[in-house]
Design a protein around this ligand. Structure first.
Ligand code: TYD
Ligand code: MG
Length: 460
């Protein structure tokens, strides 16, 4: 048996202990781990009594490979299915990451119950909570008599034994960081253990065509804890995000081998678990003040889903000479750039002003199409004039002050029409007649080429 030292932060390996990781510069992150020589996947699978996970070891002609019509199982929660790309694919391994207390276990228990009711037994292996604790939560969520099997166990070999016995249609492992393998000597949560457990789960998932969902912890900076290899191994990586101070939660796909990424599911945390929010735009606009300076409505696109959000700005004179710029829900550097463009191309003097910009409701927008809404909100606050009522705006702003067209304009415009908006200020390139056939009746499109034109169209 050989021993290696591996970095607990990034997974880098070295033959001897190092004080500082040469890859990620973390201090004191090396831990000794024993490794066994790698067996061929086929052998591992044989030993676990499952078929070889991927093919039979011989190359196949592309045209001889059967095109499998991928079936998907509904998890019973519409918004969750949406993020997964329309349901969970048999044999896929899904990783759900998120901060502690955000609702990962709640969501999975709800999904497990709904899945069990419709599609057969579900095994929920929890290394974090006892069966009683899970049951207590289940009572609140109304799990009822669904064929749901709970297992408080952290040894991966034991969990896989139970999989053999229960033969579930869905396996959930809450959390990969608490699971350990008897094959490794290191502590649960270490890079080696996490990698081993993930690989074991992968072979089981592929071998048995068993959809598997694992929970992953995130580190302080918000990325998934454990080795990067974890994200490479799994088919789908989902992040559970949300603001502790708001009740809504967002599940976002950042990697999906079976669907579109940056797809988004919106939930609301209530006293009886998570509730899907089928119309998030209405939620984010619910408390919007009407006819108040410094507020603009943006139609942003998250994956394939258009969402209307309110961008708010407050401009006030700076007290101590050095102006503050604060952005929440959007990129600080992008804000600085847009303020410079406003200053240079629209002649708005903001040098001596504090500028605060906020995306209401705790949402985060990071696409360039938000530029025009940010500019509109800032200019509106500076001039103390509200943006025209019933107007939605989107468009990218270039350094020359030009407005650049954005993707999926029609989709955005339709969403705006659905929520009762009657006017869209859009990039000239998106306002052309070519697509106007799809534009809903009663929606006025105003195409703009420069930020000067845009401000003209937005405020009188
Ligand atoms: P949990 O699912 O335990 O989070 P994670 O597994 O991501 O750590 O989330 C629990 C939080 O959600 C907890 O703070 C209480 C709250 N909650 C509700 O508001 N309503 C509910 O019905 C449940 C079950 C939890
Ligand atoms: Mg939990």
């Amino acid at each position: 048996m050989k021993s290696v030292f591996s970095c607990q932060t990034c997974g880098a390996q070295a033959p001897k202990w190092l004080g500082r990781c040469p890859e990620c510069s973390a201090w004191n992150s090396f831990v000794e781990e024993t490794v066994k020589t790698v067996e061929r996947p086929g052998k591992i699978a044989d030993r676990q009594g499952a078929a070889a996970p991927l093919g039979g070891g011989q190359a196949t002609r592309y045209c001889d490979v059967d095109a499998v019509v991928s079936t998907r199982f509904s998890t019973g929660i519409g918004e969750f299915d949406r993020v997964l790309g329309g349901g969970i694919v048999p044999g896929s391994l899904v990783l759900l990451g998120g901060e502690p207390g955000i609702g990962k276990s709640t969501l999975l228990l709800q999904a497990a119950a709904a899945f069990a009711r419709d599609l057969g037994p579900v095994l929920y292996a929890s290394g974090e909570e006892s069966e009683h604790q899970v049951k207590m939560r289940g009572e609140r969520l109304g799990v009822g008599d669904a064929p749901l099997f709970l297992l408080a166990e952290t040894c991966i070999e034991r969990i896989l034994e139970e999989v053999d016995r229960v033969r579930p249609s869905l396996l959930i492992v809450d959390s990969i960081q608490t699971v350990f393998s008897l094959k490794m000597a290191s502590a649960p949560g270490s890079v080696g253990q996490v990698r081993q457990a993930a690989t074991d789960l992968l072979f089981t998932a592929k071998g048995r065509n068993l959809p598997t969902i694992v929970v992953g912890h995130v580190t302080k900076d918000g990325s998934l804890a454990g080795p990067k290899v974890l994200e490479h191994v799994v088919d789908t990586v989902l992040y559970f995000e949300g603001d502790r101070h708001h009740s809504h939660r967002v599940v976002r796909a950042v990697k999906n081998r079976f669907g579109a990424v940056s797809e988004l599911g919106v939930f609301e945390m209530t006293g009886s678990g998570l509730k899907a929010v089928p119309n998030p735009s209405a939620l984010f606009l619910a408390e919007r003040p009407q006819n108040v300076p410094g507020s603009a409505v943006l139609c942003s696109l998250e994956g394939s889903r258009p969402i209307l959000v309110e961008v708010q700005a407050l401009v006030g004179s700076a007290t101590f000479g050095n102006a503050r710029r604060t952005a929440s829900g959007l990129d600080q550097n992008r804000l600085a750039l847009l303020l410079a463009v406003l200053d240079k191309r629209a002649g708005l003097n903001l040098v001596t002003d504090d500028v605060y910009v906020n995306v209401a409701g705790g949402m985060t927008v990071d696409e360039p199409a938000a530029d025009l809404a940010i500019i509109a909100a800032v200019a509106s606050s500076l001039r103390n004039r509200p943006v025209h009522a019933n107007t939605v705006v989107f468009g990218e702003v270039g350094l020359a002050g030009e407005i650049r067209s954005t993707s999926q304009a029609v989709l955005r415009i339709r969403e705006a029409a659905q929520l009762g908006f009657s006017r869209c200020v859009v990039p000239e390139g998106n306002a052309d007649g070519g697509q106007s056939g799809d534009v809903p009746k009663g929606m006025a499109l105003v195409g703009v080429r420069t930020i000067g034109e845009a401000l003209e169209a937005l405020m009188s």
